[in-house]
Ligand binder design. Structure first.
Ligand code: CDP
Length: 220
């Protein structure tokens, strides 16, 4: 039996960091499902496929040539068609493209089995928007991680500066609100807490405190 722990939540809630730390503590694998949507956006750009061409994007999604590895520090390295795109897919532009391809039902369906295949022994921590609601509805523990839009924009701002990108906090708050609306109001796999999810608000909680709550819940 291979346990699955899902962490869903809006943009900038800290899911990625929490997912990686929880996985490290438990010795589990990680699925960064958002990266798959970002990769699809990047692949579309490379192959000059329009971001609303659903049939072409479905084919691209089904054949997406990606590899998830890590560098010596354990930081994720993401390869698309043999090329390191780890930085390229983290831009705001790539995030926007991701959330645009993510509204297409045939794209989501084409990525479903690929995401489920990450469930490998000894266990998986899956990070995304619909991990607990659609992809792993029978997960052993479901977490919904949230935080105020301002707190999330500020975190994103710091991350972008650390990576050497230019950023404006005001623009990021607008962007996060727009992304929230798009993610929550779309008809397919809208962002919402899964049934029975542990809802954690990280606005005033440090990373380690959140990690500890998730670990405690996983062991309960
Ligand atoms: O870093 P951030 O949380 O903004 O984004 P992400 O997790 O990398 O996901 C990028 C976009 O992909 C999101 O805005 C969602 O629209 C979409 N996504 C999704 O629809 N379903 C998932 N399981 C993961 C991401």
């Amino acid at each position: 039996y291979v346990p699955v722990l899902t962490i869903d939540g809006p943009s900038g809630s800290g899911k990625g960091t929490i997912a990686h730390r929880v996985a490290a503590r438990l010795g589990f694998h990680v699925l960064d499902s958002g990266a798959l949507y970002r990769l699809l956006g990047a692949a579309a750009k490379r192959h000059a496929v329009s971001i609303d061409n659903e049939p072409a994007l479905e084919v691209l999604a089904a054949h997406l040539d990606v590899q998830f590895t890590a560098d010596a520090n354990g930081d994720a390295i993401i390869m698309l068609e043999g090329e390191d795109v780890s930085l390229e897919i983290r831009t705001e532009e790539a995030g926007r493209a991701a959330s645009q391809v993510a509204v297409l039902p045939r794209v989501r369906n084409a990525l479903l089995a690929r995401q489920q295949a990450f469930r490998e022994s000894p266990g998986l921590v899956a990070d995304g928007r619909d991990m607990g609601t659609v992809v792993f509805p029978h997960a052993d523990l479901k977490v919904f991680l949230t935080a105020s839009a301002e707190a999330r924009a500020e975190r994103r701002y710091k991350q972008l500066l650390e990576k050497g990108f230019d950023a404006s906090l005001a623009a990021l708050i607008d962007d996060i609100r727009a992304r929230d609306t798009r993610d929550m109001e779309r008809s397919i796999a809208p962002l919402k807490p899964a049934e029975g999810a542990l809802v954690l608000d990280s606005t005033d909680l440090g990373i380690e405190a959140v990690v500890q709550r998730v670990i405690d819940a996983a062991r309960a």
